[in-house]
Design a protein around this ligand. Sequence first.
Ligand SMILES: Nc1ncnc2c1ncn2[C@@H]1O[C@H](COP(=O)(O)OP(=O)(O)OP(=O)(O)O)[C@@H](O)[C@H]1O
Ligand SMILES: [Mg+2]
Length: 180
Amino acid sequence: MSDTSTTPVWTAELSTPDAQATRALAARIGAGLRSGDLVLLNGELGAGKTTFTQGLGVGLGVREGIISPTFVLSRIHPSLSGGPDLVHVDAYRLADAGELEDLDLEQDLDTSVTVVEWGTGKAEQLSASRLEITLVRDTGSTMAEQGGEPVLDFSETDVDEPRSIAIAAFGTRWKDQRPF
Ligand SMILES: Nc1ncnc2c1ncn2[C@@H]1O[C@H](COP(=O)(O)OP(=O)(O)OP(=O)(O)O)[C@@H](O)[C@H]1O
Ligand SMILES: [Mg+2]
């Protein structure tokens, strides 16, 4: 018997040509989310996790202004449409699941969609089901494969480039359910 907390119920591989397409994809996914849903976002610095979260916010219909919450570990974006709020967390500076517990996210879980940047390995315990989404900057991996210097400078250049976006769904919430 497979454990749905460690074996995905489905996976999908997508790609987007630019930041606006990443937001549009995330908006479609956001429109299919409901209270209690958990999304873990992974990928290097500058991969597009916050950009993706902005799209989720559009799809959910929450108040705008999603920015990197790096200095404030979590922010609540209230719904403007009577739907779930968006709780946006950045776990980059958190050492482990214990430090994430200290944020007391549990109290908002039932009324919100919770999105955790750098969440894998730290935030799975927040819910029995989750989407794990990994963004990869194609240019960097191509250069590394070609034997060039790997791109380590993920500075905020705003230059549009393709991203590979892998989605893995865990838990019974996502059995036979695809939010896009
Ligand atoms: N296809 C794309 N998808 C998403 N973002 C893109 C794409 N192409 C270019 N970008 C740009 O890459 C940058 C991604 O920055 P963003 O803050 O979303 O990354 P992040 O993964 O949240 O970084 P951090 O790890 O610092 O939190 C933005 O400037 C965005 O405009
Ligand atoms: Mg970010």
